[in-house]
Design a protein around this ligand. Structure first.
Ligand code: FES
Length: 259
C-alpha cells in the first residue's frame, strides 16, 4: 500500500496552542545579539584603547597595523573580526537562535510562521553559505592559537622604562584567560569538529588511529552537549575582555596586580 502523504495545516503567523511565554527566548536572543553587534561595530570603528600594558583586546588580535594604508576608517579590528563573526554566523546553534529571533522563521517550536513555509528552500539557496561552517572552524582554530599566545604575553609586565619584563598576574590576565578558555570550549564543542574527528569513520577498531580518534570524539561529544552554554558565555566573555582593556586604557578603572 502506498504511503499516504499527510499535509499539516499551515498556521497563521504566531498562532499556537502553547500556553507558555514562548516569545521570551527569541526576544532575549534578539536583544543580546543586537547589543553585541552594536558594541562590536562601535569598537571596530573606534580604533583606539585596545592595548594597555601587556593586555591586547581580543577584538584587535592579531594586531595588524593599518595606519599607513591610507584607507579611511579602516581599523585592525575590521580585518580580523570577519573570521570569528563568520564562525558564529554559520554556527549550527546560532542559526537556530537567530532564525527564530531575527527572521521568526519559525518564531518557536509549534508556533505558526504563516504561509512562508511554502517557499522554504532550507539552506540550499540564499543561505547556502552556511555550508562553509567547516572552513570557518579552521579559521577559528587558528585564532585560538593567537589568543592563547596573548594570554601568555599578558603574564609579562614591563618596568616603567619598558626595558625589562617580569612575570606577573593581573586581573586583566585572568579576564583574557577566562575569555580564551570559554572560546576554546565553544570551538572544541563545535558540531563540525565532532564530525571532522569521528563523523567519517565506520569502525574505530579498524580505522587508522582509531583508538585515539574514538577518545577525541568522546571528549568533543561531551563538550558538544554544552555547546549552547559555551556559545553564550564566550560571547559575553569576549565583549567583557574588550571592555576591560578599553576601561583600563581610558583609566576609568585600574588593573590590579595579583602576583
Ligand atoms: Fe557552533 Fe560549530 S556548530 S561553532
Amino acid at each position: 500500500m502506498a504511503n499516504k502523504v499527510v499535509h499539516l495545516p499551515v498556521l497563521d503567523f504566531g498562532a499556537t496552542l502553547r500556553k507558555d511565554n514562548w516569545w521570551i527566548g527569541p526576544a532575549i536572543t534578539f536583544v543580546i545579539l543586537m547589543g553585541f553587534i552594536c558594541y562590536a561595530t562601535f569598537r571596530a570603528f573606534e580604533n583606539d584603547y585596545y592595548r594597555v600594558g601587556p593586555y591586547l583586546s581580543p577584538f584587535y588580535s592579531p594586531l595588524i597595523p593599518t595606519a599607513g594604508w591610507g584607507i579611511p576608517f579602516l581599523s585592525p579590528a575590521m580585518l580580523i573580526l570577519p573570521g570569528p563573526a563568520g564562525f558564529r554566523l554559520t554556527c549550527y546553534y546560532y542559526r537556530k537562535a537567530y532564525y527564530r529571533a531575527f527572521a521568526m522563521d519559525p518564531p518557536a517550536c509549534a508556533v505558526g510562521e504563516g504561509g512562508r513555509h511554502d517557499n522554504y528552500n532550507g539552506e540550499t539557496k540564499l543561505l547556502i553559505f552556511q555550508n562553509l561552517h567547516r572552513f570557518a572552524l579552521y579559521v577559528a582554530l587558528g585564532f585560538l592559537v593567537i589568543l592563547w599566545h596573548d594570554v601568555y604575553k599578558a603574564l609579562w609586565f614591563r618596568d616603567p622604562y619598558g626595558t625589562e619584563a617580569s612575570f606577573g598576574v593581573g586581573v586583566g590576565t585572568l579576564v583574557l584567560a577566562l575569555n580564551t578558555a570559554l572560546l576554546t570550549g565553544y570551538t572544541f564543542s563545535c558540531h563540525s569538529l565532532r564530525h571532522l574527528i569521528g563523523g567519517s569513520v565506520d569502525s574505530y577498531s579498524t580505522a587508522p588511529f582509531g583508538q585515539l580518534r574514538h577518545a577525541l570524539w568522546r571528549g568533543v561529544s561531551r563538550l558538544n552537549q554544552n555547546h549552547m552554554f559555551f556559545a553564550w558565555t564566550s560571547l559575553f566573555a569576549v565583549a567583557l575582555a574588550d571592555l576591560y582593556v578599553r576601561m583600563v586604557s581610558l583609566r576609568v578603572i585600574q588593573d590590579v596586580r595579583i602576583l
